[in-house]
Design a protein around this ligand. Structure first.
Ligand code: ADP
Length: 380
């Protein structure tokens, strides 16, 4: 087992015209499962491929445990990679596929290799597949074999590159749990790349969010969800996405109210919250974020914390309804399926002020972000 340390890791292509990974620093604890997520082209795969040794950095260092592996070839690094396309040898049986890596990386005898493959296969519940060839297997079985082939080597580090993208939704959920169980059982330090924020949130001990090659935030899924460092992270993590409204902090007599530049949003803050916010902001025009699931409908007659709005569309998803509201463009409230207004209805919605996120309109940085909560490594 091992830690992974990236120090200002950089990868440029095309003589510096493309910066795929922009001075990324990250420490992964021994046995930790880190998910790396971000939109297509944000540098996830390039990062992973540099850790694997398949791509050499333009600058920066990579350490596995205490060893600087930056200049080492892929072959000499003790990492195992699991890819989206399984990368199994079509003419070899499952046993031969799983044993192949062991032949390359250990001096075990054939019998010892086979014994180890059988042991791993039985722990993974794939011992019945050992004599099959890849084209006799389903997608899920192929990915289990690819995982087994990585596990049997007992590497220091697991690297996963979108391993579940080819599977259907139900199997993806099953495999997520299975990968987590195996990773937990073997305690192998893992970097797991995905473009799917839900996968990243449900699987990672910590989640790393990248955009344009730059680290946006690293933290436990719950902390990142509750306390996004910037507007991008707020919008990227969570489904449906966070709602954003441009507002101005207004004084109205004794009270402080957030009033939308456009549309019906108006919300009175408590004195404490208003004072706290005033301490953090340099100008009254800010962008607030509020998650769809933090919004509820209300029948209160007190308008100070309720927003009167028109329902544009009701989108039922089974357990909940998504209400598209005319508060701002793409503004959605996620409410219980029992709440069923019709399109065109006038309703009031509200939320708790502690669920408000406040961002700088120019930089997108969170104005209420507390860094200390984010950087703590998980307790093992
Ligand atoms: P992701 O995995 O997040 O989708 P990648 O790491 O594959 O992103 O790519 C990051 C950026 O680097 C993208 O803009 C991509 O076009 C660019 N890139 C990746 N590989 C190469 C390459 N071999 N040559 C030039 N540009 C590349």
């Amino acid at each position: 087992m091992a830690t992974i340390t990236l120090e200002t890791l950089r990868k440029e292509y095309d003589r510096g015209r493309v910066v795929a990974v922009d001075d990324l620093s990250l420490e992964v604890d021994d046995g930790e499962f880190i998910t790396v997520v971000g939109p297509s082209g944000c540098g996830k795969s390039t990062t992973l491929r540099m850790v694997a040794g398949l791509e050499s950095p333009s600058d920066g260092t990579i350490r596995i445990g205490d060893e600087d592996v930056t200049e080492q070839s892929a072959r000499t690094r003790d990492v195992a990679m699991v890819f989206q396309n399984y990368a199994l040898y079509p003419h070899k049986t499952v046993m031969q596929n799983m044993a192949f890596g062991l032949r390359m990386s250990t001096d075990l005898s054939k019998d010892e290799r086979e014994a180890r493959v059988r042991e791993t296969a039985s722990m993974m519940g794939i011992e019945d597949l050992l004599d099959d060839k890849p084209d006799e297997l389903s997608g899920g079985q192929k990915q289990r074999v690819a995982l087994g082939r990585a596990i049997v080597r007992e590497p220091d580090v697991f690297l996963f590159d979108e391993p579940l993208s080819n599977l259907d939704a139900k199997l993806r959920t099953t495999m997520r749990t299975e990968i987590q169980r195996l990773q937990n059982e073997f305690g192998i330090t893992s970097l797991y790349v995905t473009h799917d924020q839900e996968e990243a949130m449900t699987m990672g001990d910590r989640i790393v969010i990248l955009k344009d090659g730059k680290l946006q935030q690293v933290g436990r899924p719950k902390d990142v969800y509750e306390n996004p460092a910037n507007e991008f992270v707020g919008g990227f993590v969570g489904s449906p996405s966070m709602n954003f409204v441009d507002v101005t902090l207004d004084r109205e007599g004794d009270s402080t109210v957030l009033v939308a530049d456009d549309g019906p949003f108006s919300y009175e803050l408590s004195d404490d919250f208003a004072a706290h916010l005033r301490d953090e902001i340099s100008e009254p025009a800010v962008r607030v974020g509020i998650r769809p699931e933090d919004i509820t409908t209300t029948t209160t007659t007190d308008d100070s914390k309720a927003i009167r709005t028109t329902v544009e569309v009701v989108e039922p998803i089974g357990s909940d309804n998504y209400l598209h509201l005319d508060v701002a463009p793409d503004f959605i409230a996620r409410v219980d399926s029992g709440v069923e207004p019709s399109a065109g209805d006038s309703i009031r919605v509200t939320f708790d002020e502690s669920d408000l996120h406040v961002f700088d309109k120019q930089t997108g940085e969170s104005l209420l972000y507390r860094e200390s909560k984010q950087t703590a490594a998980p307790v093992q």
